[in-house]
Design a protein around this ligand. Structure first.
Ligand code: GLV
Ligand code: GLV
Length: 323
């Protein structure tokens, strides 16, 4: 059968698919247009998608040839899952394998913004370090140890992120859709509502999926609830934050800073945001380690292979279509 991969993924996944099927890969760095997608949906049996591919109801309604859409990501807000289910197209993701990598990147952002790492690094790299003088006063930052850490969405990634706080003796507040007794037991952690978390935390890190309920969860009002000394970290999805409200809050000192890996209008990062020096900006690299990306590629391939054998794929997001 024929498999189309919409963007370059690690070769290990492509090789796996090639053992059984004809595989074509879009080697361009730009994604497919809608028309190109429509055409691929006619021609191929399976598509490996990335999170910037918007697969909406209209495209899915013309996808009767497609036997599986394998998203190369844990998040799947880019695919209209309900429509896919109605059209009986299995959709899969890559959960679990990127949990630690993404959690570690949230920590990276926390340290980077609280200790002004990018600014200080640029200073050193530019040859401006001339000793222990006045200029170094501009790099005075904040500690993480013993602070209060707010975890918005203690799912797999949020829980891993919270567990990594152990060495820093932090107080953990978290929101979650269900009780997390193991977190409360193992850590100095307490489940709260969002309002209490925002009010009390020194660092607020977002780990919820993007859904209609979490769209603009962090809006102007939420930012006002945060301490003026607090930092916001987002490695989840851009539209969970009202980015214009965030830019205002960063400009006016409503919060101290932000560390962002994702953006509301990704891949566009507003000029105004890029001009601020109390933000650290990364280009959506949460899962970007060699080992994790390899595992994601293999997992996406395994999902495709199972679906093309007529089996329910291991990471099926809409298993109801098989019952
Ligand atoms: C990355 O953002 C993912 O959802 O895997
Ligand atoms: C979220 O925490 C996930 O891994 O899906």
């Amino acid at each position: 059968m024929k498999v189309y991969v919409t963007r370059q993924i690690p070769q290990i996944g492509i090789d796996k698919l090639k053992q059984y099927h004809d595989v074509d890969v879009n080697w361009d760095s730009v994604g497919l247009s809608r028309d190109q997608f429509s055409a691929k949906f006619q021609e191929y049996d399976a598509i490996v998608t990335v999170l910037s591919d918007r697969i909406d109801r209209d495209l899915l309604s013309r996808a009767d040839h497609i036997k599986v859409l394998a998203n190369y990501a844990v998040g799947y807000d880019n695919i209209d899952l309900q429509a896919a289910t109605e059209y009986r197209i299995p959709v899969t993701n890559t959960p679990g394998v990127l949990t630690e990598s993404t959690a570690e990147l949230a920590w990276t952002l926390m340290f980077a913004v609280a200790r002004q790492v990018p600014k200080a690094e640029a200073f050193a790299r530019a040859g401006r370090f001339e000793g222990w003088g006045r200029s170094l006063l501009m790099f005075l930052g904040d500690d993480l140890s013993h602070k209060t850490l707010g975890v918005v969405g203690a799912g797999r990634i949020g829980s891993a992120f919270a567990r990594m706080s152990r060495g820093f003796d932090m107080k953990i507040l978290f929101t979650a859709n269900s009780p997390k007794p193991e977190l409360e037991k193992k850590l100095n952690a307490r489940q709260t509502d969002l309002e209490e978390l925002l009010t009390q935390s020194d660092f607020v890190s977002l780990h919820c999926p993007l859904t209609p309920k979490t769209h603009h969860l962090i809006n102007e009002k939420a930012l006002q609830l945060m301490k003026k000394s607090a930092y916001l970290i987002n490695t989840a999805r851009g539209p969970v934050v009202d980015e214009l409200a965030l830019i205002d809050a960063l400009k006016t000192g409503e919060i101290a800073g932000a560390g962002l890996d994702v953006y509301e209008w990704e891949p566009k990062i507003p000029e105004e945001l890029r001009a601020l020096d109390n933000v650290v900006l990364l280009p959506h690299i949460g899962s970007a380690t060699v080992a994790t990306r390899n595992r994601m590629a293999e997992m996406a391939a395994d999902n495709v292979l199972a679906a093309l054998r007529g089996e329910k794929p291991p990471n099926c997001l809409n298993p109801d279509i098989y019952s």
